[in-house]
Design a protein around this ligand. Structure first.
Ligand code: T4K
Length: 408
């Protein structure tokens, strides 16, 4: 194996960084800029900027067509979309969620004074463990929110079975899973409601944005009212609501992105295959695999780092990578249960979350998307290989440098 550099040349030890420009996890896909600017001109000419404009309506139609779900309601972001779904589904008391998720999943509940009850995950899939969900059910439980982490679907059948047996609502945070399928059916069709995020860092983005999708007519009507203050026409408010509306600029971006969706997915898939090939055989590195027989957006490149084998910890690897301008991330460290207000409310929650805690210490997310090319990925992987194959030495030098800095 040829390396671009040797250990002593690592940027963390004073060498020049491998990349002169930073490589980000979550760099936005832009799509056809000309089409986007044309749409911006259209909406400016039309002087219709928000409140269920034509671009939002078209965006919602495209999403229902793509997912095969009956209703799509576009919103200003995924978090508000989830909050509205939670309220429309009448969740109260306690709701079971994974702690291994972005903090928004838990906050969307707590914001409405519903207690998120953190449940452990299956270490293979990184998703809710349905057996453990059942153990967390109490008389106060009203629902379950599964997260399709990295776009890999939850065990939908088992969760549905548990929810039905206990008469609980089942929602899915599908922030990562737009464009993915489960057993041939598109994500969006499961549970009572599913939520998508179209944040700038998602492979399809609307700057900020999100949507709820459902096949339930009543829930759809409620959520449509709720995202527009409860207005059922001029001067006629029939429900409690908020402002969850998507604006026309966002929808213009979404429509433009949708036109390049296949290309974004093809690029992510190519990147995933390059990573898969180049990371093969690095001891102690376990990539999260996708089921290539399903539709998949491949938007996250996830590794688990087994420190006992690599000798450098996940956090030390992150330090090394950042110095080389590879801004790898530790999603979802340290787990929602170790963040406020949950940490103060349930200081011992970790005792029931051994797999979450283990995974949160091991996971690393690497750059992908249209902003990184094959050669750059190969260089990222070679660097990882170099550092891990010399793990003990890199760790020794990092610890020495640390001691030098702290004067010990
Ligand atoms: N549920 C789940 C499971 C989620 O993952 C999320 C969001 C939600 C719910 C809530 O949906 P939204 O309300 O956000 O629609 C990012 C995103 O902000 C967040 O949307 C996402 N999950 C989460 C996984 O990642 P951060 O704190 O990592 O963002 P930040 O600012 O550090 O950006 C990440 C990288 O992307 C940086 O290296 C810079 C780069 N970047 C970012 C932005 C915004 C760009 O290059 N350009 C940009 O415009 O949370």
């Amino acid at each position: 194996m040829e390396y671009d550099k040797q250990i002593d040349d690592l940027a963390i030890f004073g060498g020049p960084p491998t990349f002169s420009e930073k490589l980000h996890v979550g760099r936005p896909n832009i799509g056809d800029r000309q089409r986007l600017l044309e749409r911006f001109n259209d909406l400016l000419d039309r002087k219709w900027l928000s409140n269920n404009g034509p671009f939002v309506q078209e965006f919602e139609k495209r999403i229902t067509a793509l997912t095969g779900v009956k209703h799509c309601i576009a919103m200003c972001n995924g978090t508000v979309a989830l909050e509205i779904a939670i309220r429309a589904a009448n969740l109260t008391g306690e709701v079971i969620v994974p702690a291994f998720t972005f903090i928004a999943t838990a906050h969307a509940l707590q914001w409405q004074e519903i207690t998120p009850v953190f449940c452990d995950i299956d270490p293979q899939t990184h998703n809710l463990d349905p057996g453990k969900v059942e153990e967390m059910i109490t008389p106060r439980t009203t629902g379950i929110i599964g997260v399709h982490t990295w776009g890999r679907p939850c065990d939908v059948e088992a969760l549905t079975e548990v929810a039905q047996r206990h008469k609980l609502k089942l929602l899915f945070d599908a922030a990562h899973a737009f464009g993915c399928s489960h057993k041939g059916r598109m994500i969006g069709n499961f549970g009572d409601v599913e939520m998508f995020s179209f944040h700038a860092t998602k492979f399809l983005n609307t700057f900020e944005g999100g949507a709820v999708v459902t096949n339930d007519d009543n829930l759809a009507t409620k959520m449509r009212l709720m995202k527009n203050f409860g207005f059922a026409g001029y001067d006629n408010v029939i429900y409690i609501g908020t402002n969850g509306k998507m604006n026309e600029v966002s929808a213009a971006m979404g429509l433009t992105g949708l036109e390049s969706l296949d290309e974004f997915i093809a690029t992510n898939h190519r990147n995933y295959k390059v990573y898969e090939k180049e990371l093969k055989g690095i001891p102690g590195v376990k990539p999260a695999y996708y089921d290539e027989t399903e539709k998949c957006n491949y938007q996250y490149i996830i590794l688990e780092i087994d420190k006992a084998v690599t000798h450098v910890s996940r956090d030390q690897l992150i330090e090394v990578l950042h110095a080389e301008n590879i801004l790898a991330r530790r999603y979802f460290f340290p787990g929602c249960h170790r963040m406020e207000p949950y940490l103060s409310c349930f200081p011992h929650a970790g005792l029931l979350l051994p797999e979450t805690e283990r995974l949160a210490e091991r996971v690393l997310s690497l750059p992908t998307g249209t902003d990184i090319d094959e050669k750059e990925i190969i260089r990222v992987c070679r660097l990882l290989r170099l550092v891990i194959e010399n793990g003990s030495e890199v760790r020794r030098q990092m610890e020495m440098a640390q001691k030098g800095k702290s004067g010990k």
